[in-house]
Design a protein around this ligand. Structure first.
Ligand code: NCD
Length: 306
């Protein structure tokens, strides 16, 4: 049961609850009237201390489609954080106005801290280079809808695996499914953090780390591309050196399986060339739409209205 839950990282939700959310999201996708107005009278606060397009807009679209309302800020400079207010105080305040809080913050652990001070559920919309659990729900729903399964898959993650919070959350969540093989493709400097690898080892998940993108592509059922997270680098030179290490272009995608699914949490910078968008295997724009449906399912479940 998700009523009243704060969602900070993927493991806060059981596989059964995730599956129920996917079923609900599919129902909403098929019948857009389903659950319409179920959140009438409810308020969602979106507190975004870091830039966002899809995550914030899809949460707001989800809440508005459910008949609820939204308030909040998309720019920390317009909040009292810029006057030196602590996160704890901002959260206590928001919790007294809203029924649910969605927060993105550049500091790892900020969402967990917020949930400790909040009297209403908190959803982590990204905490630094740590986690982004609702992107994971989006990713898994997309995989399920497009391949018909989440088990028995070889999933390649490519790009910035060090700072990419969507990668961390998706790897953790996929680890709980059966017969998943993960291939992590990144430059040496941007490998997956040790704590995620240890987690996979503990659960006996099959995985490998590679440098060679071209060799990995033909093996994959799902390719999860990510941008190099410029805002988390300590110096610009490193970013410039690493940013175009891996680019998915037409020549490369041709070597993939016909059934390959190419995902990207977006925004894209250079890591997928735009001509790939026309390939039927490019699923990242569909993925963004599934994000709204799964957030509708999540909000209505946490608010206990479905
Ligand atoms: C991602 C994020 O914010 O972590 N974007 C998103 O939520 N769709 C990925 C990114 O910014 O690279």
């Amino acid at each position: 049961m998700l009523k009243g839950l704060s969602l900070i990282e993927p493991e806060d939700i059981t596989i059964e609850d995730m599956e129920n959310l996917f079923l609900l999201a599919e129902k909403i996708e098929k019948d857009e009237k389903y659950l319409r107005d179920s959140c009438w009278g409810k308020l969602m606060a979106t507190l975004f201390f870091e830039p966002s397009t899809r995550t914030r807009l899809s949460f707001e679209a989800a809440m508005l489609r459910l008949g609820g309302n939204c308030l909040g800020f998309a720019d920390p400079l317009s909040s009292s954080a810029s006057k030196g207010e602590s996160l704890a105080d901002t959260i206590r305040m928001a919790a007294s106005y809203a029924d649910i809080i969605v927060m993105r913050n550049p500091k790892e652990g900020a969402a967990l801290l917020a949930s400790r001070y909040s009297s209403v559920p908190v959803i982590n919309a990204g905490d630094g280079g740590h986690h982004h659990p609702t992107q994971t729900l989006t990713d898994l729903l997309t995989i399920k809808r497009l391949s018909g399964r989440i088990n028995n898959l070889t999933v390649g993650f490519c790009g910035d695996l060090k700072f990419g919070r969507t990668v961390h959350s998706l790897a953790k969540a996929l680890a709980r499914y059966k017969n998943i093989n993960m291939i992590f493709i990144s430059p040496d400097e941007l490998i997956l953090p040790e704590y995620i690898k240890n987690n996979l080892k503990k659960q006996n998940v099959q995985f490998s780390e590679r440098r060679n993108f071209d060799e990995a592509i033909p093996e994959l059922d799902v390719l999860y591309m990510t941008r190099v997270q410029r805002e988390r680098f300590f110096n610009e030179e490193d970013y410039i050196r690493l940013k175009d290490t891996y680019v998915l272009n037409m020549e490369r995608i041709k070597t993939g399986k016909d059934s390959l699914i190419v995902l990207h949490p977006l925004p894209r910078v250079n890591e997928i060339s735009v001509d790939v968008d026309a390939d039927p295997r490019a699923a990242y724009f569909k993925q963004a739409k599934y994000g709204m449906y799964v957030r509708m399912a999540l909000l209505s479940s946490i608010l206990g209205v479905n």
